[in-house]
Write a protein that binds this ligand. Structure first.
Ligand SMILES: O=P(O)(O)O[C@@H]1C[C@H](O)[C@@H](CO)O1
Length: 295
């Protein structure tokens, strides 16, 4: 990252300006933020009393450029719970620095969101993962961080959080436990896992050697998002639940005839959309009743 470009970083006031723009137009306070992964935009389709903002109409917002990411911020009620959904997220490979990719999380924070549900499409590395399975993220390996890239780089904004935030409790254990229970009640017992997610910069899918290395490091699923959003959310003390929909099995053998592609990712997401809508709806309901409304 070029630090002479620091003046291009979002200031607190810019994020505030974006949040104020939205607050003026949305007459309820969302408590839960949902980021829809590739092909998972349908998670936002069931919102009642929706108010939609194409990203291009929101001051200071980047715009999504990827197929399967509609590029809208949608406010509404899911199971009577006020939420905000990102129908489309920003990826590093689109040319955005990580701090820009994660900026909407800070906007959510300033709007009063206390819980973030980040979803993604990911390749399954673990031998037991099948296409259509759900992996609740219990931890991540920040590979881009290993290479010196982090959404919190640059001067720290103390009004969001500390210079050196801990990350050992990034994913809320109680929410993972509850989500497993919810998933099992929906008949997903055999399709539900907890595991370690990693994000690479993309946009190319990984080589066999890279995938083998990631597996050796302890990664169970690989994608191109989420980690920088979670770091940003934890920095400003939001509670985080994240899950990956396994959309393809990672190819770990040189003699495989298969090649991963974005279409299979989108197809797998489409196949699972109804189940995921129910799953997320029940999680949102639980968070709202048991967390947000707790005195
Ligand atoms: O936004 P997510 O992480 O769900 O998207 C994944 C990673 C790439 O953007 C794309 C590859 O098919 O899906």
């Amino acid at each position: 990252m070029n630090f002479s470009a620091n003046q291009e970083l979002y200031t607190y006031e810019m994020i505030e300006q974006t949040a104020d723009f939205l607050k003026l137009r949305v007459h309820f306070q969302p408590k839960i933020g949902i980021i829809c992964g590739s092909g998972l935009g349908s998670l936002a389709q069931d919102l009642k009393d929706r108010i939609e903002f194409p990203y291009s109409t929101i001051p200071n917002f980047p715009v999504s450029t990827v197929e399967g990411h509609a590029g809208k911020l949608i406010f509404g009620f899911l199971s009577k719970v006020p939420v905000v959904c990102m129908q489309g997220r920003f990826h590093f490979y689109e040319g955005y620095p990580l701090w820009k990719c994660a900026m909407p999380v800070r906007v959510m924070k300033l709007m009063g969101v206390s819980h973030l549900i980040a979803t993604n499409a990911a390749g399954g590395l673990h031998k037991n993962y099948k296409v259509g399975d759900i992996m609740l993220v219990k931890d991540h390996i920040n590979m881009m961080g290993f290479a010196g890239n982090n959404p919190l780089q640059g001067p720290n904004e103390d009004r969001f959080g500390p210079r050196f935030p801990p990350m050992n409790k990034a994913y809320d254990k109680e929410l993972i436990k509850k989500s497993i229970e919810i998933g099992e009640n929906l008949g997903l017992k055999d399709n539900l896992h907890t595991g370690v997610y990693t994000c690479l910069g993309g946009p190319n899918f990984e080589t066999v050697a890279e995938l083998r290395a990631l597996k050796m490091l302890g990664c169970d699923a690989v994608g191109m998002s989420t980690v920088h959003e979670v770091i940003t959310a934890r920095h400003c003390d939001m509670h985080v639940l994240a899950f990956s929909l396994i959309t393809n099995e990672c190819i770990l053998e040189y003699d495989s005839q298969n090649e991963p592609n974005h279409e299979e990712v989108m197809d797998a997401a489409k196949m699972r959309q109804d189940t995921l809508i129910k799953f997320v709806g029940k999680i949102v309901d639980y968070i709202y009743k048991e967390r947000c409304c707790r005195p």
